[in-house]
Design a binder for this molecule. Structure first.
Ligand SMILES: O=P(O)(O)OC[C@H]1O[C@](O)(COP(=O)(O)O)[C@@H](O)[C@@H]1O
Ligand SMILES: [Mg+2]
Ligand SMILES: [Mg+2]
Length: 334
């Protein structure tokens, strides 16, 4: 696949066809450049003293890893320098990031989780970056939090990068999903996974089973039925995986199908859920739906949620269409 299409060629082609503009091409090129930097640092880890905790907390009260902070700073700097966005918002920053005065501004907003699955960094398991692109309001110098409060259906594009055995960028611009592997010998992302689609059926689910006693009835019912296998309702045996990196789980689902659940539970009910709507749930929902899957909170489709605040949390159930539909039905039945 050494002659595979480069991300730059892919973007240029889309621009020639009038499907994206120059700022969008610039923005995605910046995202790719930022992720290459993060991939390099995640790869070198403790050789350059980057593992471990930074002993600080983010706005959500979570202890930050050194790499959470470094990747956030690098990603933010690259997007700021690129000048293709009017505003940025990150899981690791308290508020909307105001671009410094005098910086060129573009017509997009970008939200991101610079390092997803960061509890896995120290144990050398796959982590990643997740991003979402929205339209910026026209003629407004510094967009505010309110301008970011757009439902997932308004996303122009979404993507993630996994830093695993390979560094893979997965992108949707609303017309299917394509995956690119970083060819380290030339420093370029190349199209290796065109038109990714999620099988409609699966016999594999992903959930943190240690939360079992906190779940609501519909999820309990679904997982109980999976565990009963050929001896129960479903009449087939299921396999289970839990990497604790959403990027890794979603990537697995895009490659071979499956269901990922971080549902509402009594531990997270007050906060609304565990995962973040603007940095994790919405971009992953767009990718999953563009690949033929479904993505719900339990009772509702995630991408129709009207966001109320930047760091809003939501329950997430996504993946193979027929399984997620079953979970949706169980939630409707109560
Ligand atoms: O440790 P838990 O409760 O299983 O949670 C794992 C989930 O939390 C996350 O790590 C949250 O993301 P961050 O690492 O960006 O905070 C997801 O990637 C993952 O699915
Ligand atoms: Mg995350
Ligand atoms: Mg994170």
């Amino acid at each position: 696949m050494s002659d595979a299409k480069r991300l730059s060629q892919y973007l240029a082609e889309h621009q020639r066809q009038g499907r994206v503009d120059a700022d969008f091409v610039g923005l995605i090129s910046d995202v790719a450049a930022g992720c290459k930097l993060i991939a390099d640092q995640v790869g070198r880890g403790n050789l350059i003293g980057l593992l471990g905790s930074a002993e600080t907390e983010n706005v959500q009260g979570e202890t930050q890893k050194k790499l959470d902070i470094i990747s956030n700073d690098e990603f933010t700097d690259i997007l700021t320098e690129g000048g293709h966005t009017a505003g940025l918002a990150s899981e690791e920053m308290d508020e909307v990031y105001d671009l410094p005065a005098g910086k060129h501004r573009g017509p997009y907003l970008c939200t991101y989780d610079p390092l997803d699955g960061s509890s896995n960094i120290d144990v050398n398991v796959t982590v990643g970056t997740i991003f979402s692109v929205l339209k910026a309001p026209t003629g407004k110098e510094n967009p505010t939090e309110e301008d970011f409060m757009q439902p997932g259906t308004e996303q122009v594009a979404a993507g993630y990068v996994t830093y695993g055995p390979s560094t893979i960028l997965v992108l949707t611009i609303g017309d299917g999903v394509d995956g690119f592997t970083l060819d380290r010998s030339v420093g370029e992302f190349k199209l290796t996974h065109p038109n990714m689609t999620i099988p409609e059926d699966t016999a594999e689910f992903a959930i943190n089973m240690s939360n079992q006693r906190f779940w609501d009835a519909p999820v309990k019912r679904y997982v109980d039925e999976c565990l009963a296998g050929t001896e129960g309702e479903r009449d087939k045996d299921f396999n289970m995986r839990w990497v604790a990196s959403m990027v890794a789980e979603v990537h697995r689902i895009l490659v071979r199908g499956g269901v990922f659940m971080y549902p509402i539970d009594s531990k997270h009910r007050e906060r609304g859920g565990k995962l973040r709507l603007m940095y994790e749930a919405n971009p992953m929902s767009m990718i999953v739906e563009q690949a033929g899957g479904l993505s719900i909170t339990g009772p509702d489709r995630i991408m129709t949620i009207e966001p109320q605040k930047l760091h809003q949390r939501v329950p997430v159930i996504l993946g193979s269409k027929n399984e997620v539909q079953r979970l949706w039905d169980y939630h409707k039945e109560g």
